[in-house]
Structures are given as structure tokens and as C-alpha cells.
Design a protein around this ligand. Structure first.
Ligand SMILES: Cc1cc2nc3c(=O)[nH]c(=O)nc-3n(C[C@H](O)[C@H](O)[C@H](O)COP(=O)(O)OP(=O)(O)OC[C@H]3O[C@@H](n4cnc5c(N)ncnc54)[C@H](O)[C@@H]3O)c2cc1C
Length: 474
């Protein structure tokens, strides 16, 4: 394998006892006290039982576990924040490499660079970076792992100003399929560096990220709650993709949840929950936000200047255990009848948490060349997702899953691509849709070089290129 910085493969541990002597982290088996609390991912839709859980505390633990699993012929999965929409990070009978013990973050304020261990979640980085007036544009939810988020792309709070989170990656250290540890950057293993920024967990376990941060300490941001009518949704779509780059928004047609900022008499009403973050001059924030506030008389408006990590508070409900069936598309056009269909779907949803989630894109995201990494759908105007969500009191998930699937069936003809981090286990066709413009074939080549046996397969899987597949692609 042509990899620089490669450390030789060591003899693998063959037994659990041997593995325990070699790793510093905890090795947890079914029946152990912590097994039950450790095995669950974030999504209640999946209830899986791994054969062994290794709570890695350093990169050597990850390498030992990869070689242990391979030597024993047991598949393994990798978990960071546990929010995989397809439930890929916990697999029945597999070894679970749990990175929750590797959340360290070091900030270099002069270089504006963060070194982050591979198990860190969005707020593990946001809070210490904020102390230095710095940030990375991660997603909306603090517990989403950087491991899954960044390898898939990372569409976050400043995506219209700075692109996806993966665009800010300077380098990463990975444990590969053979247990070796390599660095990937623009200068070292650059093919791998291209692939791990959008190509998902197909290539190895990232044990350390190095990010170039951006100078954001405060945002003029918060929630504007509006009545969800066709005109309001249309107005949101039009402004969100054409606003100044400093304004990134996301909006969900759903039911007004119990929250301190929502008047009690409006609880349960169909609304557009619009979350917005302006990172330009604070004095210009009200002007940037004015077109959104003018869409209708707001039911609530909490937008003010706040420390950036405060934005995570709006998605705290998603940190708690909940079930989710998620579907997603990028699109450039949304006809009126589709908006009407979304409104009707939300009115008929089996859960008040269900919704249609919208994000206007554009700005800097669209200016970065599509082949700069494996996240290729940069030119699309809208991110649209069906969120079939339910809480832990639900015992029968079937109506919730059916609602999401049926809602998706009615809109999928508008799809112009998909984002790997927002699809479930939907088959190879959807993975290929995510990696359009030749990206799938390029990823398959990188996969063949670094993981020819496809041992990293619990993900939006890219199959290693074979001479036959290359001939067909040519
Ligand atoms: C509530 C919620 C909110 C979300 N908000 C956003 C958002 O605003 N923007 C956005 O872009 N996405 C968002 N997502 C999608 C999210 O990015 C993906 O679900 C992502 O995969 C979750 O990462 P995780 O580490 O938490 O998940 P995990 O389940 O731990 O991991 C998912 C997969 O990532 C891979 N992986 C994890 N860690 C590593 C690692 N260190 N090295 C290599 N591979 C690894 C593995 O293949 C694993 O199966 C959201 C998802 C949820 C459920």
C-alpha cells in the first residue's frame, strides 16, 4: 500500500483477554454492567446488540481493535456521536469501536487551528473554541459527532459563508484497515484526503482531525416562529438562498413545541420554526433578518446577539433519545403544490415532532469547486428533508415510518441529489446519487487502495473498484 507514515501491522490480539491487556480503554461484553447503557445509538429506530464494545481511549486502542476484529473474522462498526440516520454505527454481532472516550480538543489561537480527537461531538469543539473567539461551522445539534458529520460533509451554521465543515479540514490521522496509522492532508496521501471529506467512514477510523477555524465568537441568531402558510414558506425559500453569505438559516414546518419562548396558547399550532445565524457585523443583523421577520407577524422571535454555542440550545430535544425516519433531497425548484403537500403532510403527521426541514444553500458553498472533495452537490439551492420523528413514549413506530416514506414518495421526483449524512439504509442507488459527477468511481478507486476487502462497510458503502467495474465505468 502506498501510504506515508505507515506503522507496521502488529500481531493481532486473538482473545478478549489478550485484547484487554493491549487496550487502555474499557472492553465491554454482553452481561457487563455498562453494556446496556453503552450499546445504544441515538436513534430509537435501531435496537442492536454488538458482540463486544471497545471504548477506545487512544489511537492504539482503535488499531488493536481493528486488527483483533479482522484476525477473528468479526465485522466491526465505528461510533462517534451515535446519530447515524441509517443506524450504521451499531451492528448486531459486530465489534463496536466506540470513540466516546476520545473527545480531547486543543486550540492554537494564533494559528486558529484545532486538533480534535476522533470521538468529539460538535459542542466538544464549539465550547473551547468559543473561549478564543473561534468556531467551526458544524450542524445544528451539539451531540452530533464530528466523526460522522465531517466525514460525510457537515452542513452547518455558517455553510453559506465558509462551506461545509470538511472544507475546513487541514489534515486527519486515520487507522486504516490493516491497523496502520496514516496522515491524510493536501500533501500526504492526498487521494485519501479528498475521499474522507464527504466520502463517509469508508476509508478508516479518523482518530484526530486538524481544522482551520473561523473567527466567529457571537452570532446574531435565534428562532423566528412564523405561521406556516404557503406564502411564508415560499418567502423563506426565496430569501434563504439569496441572502448575504453571512446569513445561514434552517426552517422546519412542524407543530409549535413546548418551549419557553412560545406562547402557551400557540402550542401545537402548525408553524415554520426558522433558525437563523448572522455572522456579519452585529449592527447589520437586524437588516439581514428583516425580510424573514416581514414574512408574517412572528409568533415568537428570540433573535439577538448570543455566543455561538447558544445556537445548539434550539435542538436540545434532538439530543434526547428519540426515533427518526429521515429522507432527504437537494433540489433547485419547489412548486407551490409541493409546499401545499408538505403543509398537508404535517397536518396529518402521527407525531407533533414530525416535520419538513428546509435549508437555503448557495453563497460560498456553491463557489468552492465541486471536485475539491467528495461532497459534490454544491450548486443546489435547497436542502429538503422529511423528518419522521417521535419521542420515547411511542411503542409502535410503524405509522411514523410510513408517514415519512409516504411523504417522501410524493416529493422524490424533485430530487437532484442527496447528502450521505441524511439518508438511511436506502441502497446503492442513493449512495451513487450522493456521489454524482464521477465522485463514486473516484471514491471506489481510493477504497480499492486503502480498504480493498471493504472491512469499513457499515456506512453509505462505496464498493472497492475492481478491474471489471473500472472497465464498465470507462
Ligand atoms: C439530530 C440530528 C441533527 C443533525 N444535524 C445535522 C446538521 O445540521 N448538519 C449535517 O451536516 N448533518 C446533520 N445530521 C446528520 C449527521 O451529520 C449524521 O447523522 C452523522 O453521520 C452523525 O455523526 P455521528 O458521529 O453522531 O454518528 P455515528 O452514528 O457515531 O457515526 C455515523 C457513521 O460515521 C462514521 N464515523 C463516525 N465516526 C468516525 C470516525 N471518527 N472516523 C471515521 N468514520 C467515522 C461511521 O461510518 C459511522 O457509522 C444530523 C443528524 C441528527 C440525527
Amino acid at each position: 500500500m502506498n501510504t506515508q507514515n505507515t506503522t507496521p501491522i502488529r500481531n493481532a490480539a486473538r482473545t478478549i483477554d489478550e485484547l484487554r491487556t493491549r487496550v487502555q480503554g474499557e472492553v465491554i461484553l454482553p452481561g457487563d454492567e455498562s453494556y446496556e447503557t453503552t450499546r445504544h445509538g441515538a436513534n430509537l429506530l435501531y435496537n442492536r446488540f454488538p458482540s463486544v464494545i471497545v471504548r477506545a481511549s487512544r489511537s492504539e486502542d482503535v488499531a488493536e481493535t481493528v486488527t483483533f476484529a479482522r484476525a477473528n473474522g468479526i465485522p466491526f462498526s465505528v461510533r462517534c456521536g451515535g446519530h447515524s440516520v441509517g443506524g450504521f454505527s451499531v451492528v448486531d454481532g459486530a465489534v463496536l469501536i466506540d470513540l466516546a472516550g476520545m473527545t480531547g480538543v486543543e486550540i492554537d489561537p494564533v494559528r486558529q487551528v484545532a486538533k480534535v480527537q476522533g470521538g468529539a461531538r460538535s459542542y466538544d469543539l464549539a465550547i473551547p473554541a468559543h473561549e478564543h473567539g473561534l468556531a467551526l461551522s458544524t450542524g445544528d445539534t451539539g451531540t452530533v459527532g464530528l466523526g460522522g458529520l465531517v466525514t460525510g460533509g457537515g452542513v452547518g451554521w455558517f455553510v453559506r459563508k465558509y462551506g461545509i465543515a470538511a472544507d475546513r479540514l487541514l489534515s486527519a490521522k486515520l487507522v486504516l484497515a490493516d491497523g496502520s496509522v496514516v496522515t491524510a492532508s493536501a500533501l500526504q496521501n492526498s487521494d485519501l484526503f479528498w475521499a474522507i471529506r464527504g466520502g463517509g467512514g469508508n476509508f478508516g477510523v479518523i482518530v484526530e482531525f486538524e481544522f482551520k477555524l473561523v473567527p466567529v465568537k457571537h452570532v446574531y441568531g435565534g428562532a423566528i416562529i412564523l405561521p406556516a402558510t404557503r406564502d411564508v414558506v415560499r418567502g423563506y425559500l426565496e430569501y434563504s438562498a439569496t441572502a448575504p453569505d453571512e446569513l445561514t438559516t434552517m426552517a422546519t414546518i412542524t407543530h409549535a413545541p413546548p418551549a419557553p419562548f412560545i406562547p402557551e396558547e400557540r402550542l401545537g399550532e402548525r408553524v415554520l420554526i426558522l433558525l437563523a445565524a448572522w455572522i456579519g457585523d452585529a449592527a447589520d443583523g437586524p437588516q439581514a433578518m428583516a425580510p424573514l421577520r416581514a414574512l408574517a407577524e412572528p409568533i415568537a422571535d428570540t433573535v439577538e446577539t448570543v455566543p455561538y454555542p447558544v445556537m445548539f440550545q434550539y435542538m436540545q430535544f434532538a439530543e434526547a433519545p428519540h426515533g427518526g425516519r429521515v429522507k432527504m433531497m437537494f433540489t433547485n425548484e419547489v412548486p407551490d403544490e409541493t409546499i401545499d403537500g408538505w403543509i398537508a403532510a404535517v397536518d396529518n403527521a402521527p407525531s407533533p415532532m414530525a416535520g419538513i426541514h428546509l435549508r437555503g444553500l448557495g453563497g460560498q458553498l456553491a463557489r468552492i469547486p465541486a471536485d475539491s472533495n467528495a461532497f459534490v452537490h454544491r450548486d443546489k439551492k435547497y436542502f429538503v428533508s422529511v423528518l419522521g420523528l417521535w419521542d420515547e413514549t411511542v411503542t409502535d413506530e410503524a405509522p411514523h415510518v410510513a408517514w415519512a416514506d409516504e411523504t417522501w414518495e410524493r416529493m422524490k421526483h424533485l430530487s437532484e441529489g442527496v447528502y450521505v449524512n441524511f439518508i438511511g439504509d436506502e441502497g446503492e442507488g442513493r449512495v451513487r446519487e450522493a456521489y454524482a459527477k464521477g465522485a463514486y468511481e473516484r471514491l471506489a478507486q481510493v477504497k480499492a487502495k486503502y480498504d480493498p476487502d471493504n472491512v469499513f462497510r457499515f456506512n453509505q458503502n462505496v464498493r472497492p473498484a475492481t478491474p471489471d467495474s473500472q472497465r464498465k465505468a470507462a
